[in-house]
Design a protein around this ligand. Structure first.
Ligand code: C5P
Length: 229
């Protein structure tokens, strides 16, 4: 039995990008490194929580003491999340994964070939992926007590975060500016705004580890309030 303010609590964390294959050698993806999600999984475990990490492809090693599963696509990540949420009533779910919103409508069995040098590429047809955060946030017997989303924005961060909070149905949004020059996506630091239904808090620029520790402490504080536990 672990000790700490989150001892006895169960946490689900999604992290990393997803890769959406086009053919055996190509995929659509994004610049997420997984650093923020992995740091968060570690920070929650350090406070005593039992942590389940569900991660897309990254170059990182799962933190010690964290139960990690890996996947490639958004649909695989969704299946793992749904299975985990149905098996465990999580106290908190934090979706840091940069899930691809769309996937190629069809995946070719063989490498897509160029016929000749003047060949015009076929248009890329896309289909929407499941929204994992919205699915977790929807009322159900499996809804975690506290659901937290991340919102990577390149402009009007607060306004977009407020809209996202309502649209996704989650409890908190951690919004960050990933605009050109911010070096947040893939970089070592993050500058976030924590938005709840009632409050907005701008945090200073911190290492992703410090953002993770501060968020884990904020979660622990929330659960320590008698009406939230
Ligand atoms: O809508 P947007 O992608 O900006 O929302 C970001 C938040 O939603 C993140 O917490 C991300 O993990 C989550 N998300 C998700 N599944 C998707 C798209 C986003 O869980 N398909």
């Amino acid at each position: 039995q672990k000790s700490g303010p989150l001892a006895g609590r169960t946490c689900l964390v999604t992290a990393g990008p997803t890769h959406e294959p086009l053919d055996p050698v190509r995929y659509l993806a994004n610049r997420s490194s997984g650093k923020q999600g992995y740091a968060l999984a570690e920070a929650l475990a350090d406070l005593g929580a039992k942590v389940r990490l569900i991660s897309g492809p990254t170059a990182l090693r799962a933190p010690a003491g964290v139960d990690a599963s890996f996947c490639e696509t958004a649909r695989q990540m969704n299946a793992l999340v749904v299975e985990a949420a149905e098996a465990t009533s999580f106290d908190v779910a934090i979706c840091t994964a940069a899930v691809a919103d769309w996937r190629p409508a069809s995946v070719q069995d063989q490498k897509i070939k160029k016929a000749g040098k003047d060949d015009v590429p076929a248009p890329l047809e896309l289909l929407p992926n499941p929204d994992i955060l919205a699915g977790l946030s929807a009322p159900s017997p499996f809804r975690p007590r506290l659901v937290i989303g991340f919102a990577a924005e390149t402009e009007r961060v607060e306004a977009h975060a407020r809209a996202k909070l309502a649209r996704k149905g989650c409890d908190w949004i951690v919004a960050n500016n990933v605009g050109a020059g911010s070096n947040v996506m893939g970089g070592p630091e993050n500058e976030v705004v924590l938005m709840t239904q009632e409050t907005v808090e701008s945090w200073p620029r911190l290492s992703k580890e410090d953002v993770a520790r501060r968020l884990a402490i904020t979660v622990a504080d929330w659960f320590s309030k008698p009406h939230n536990s």
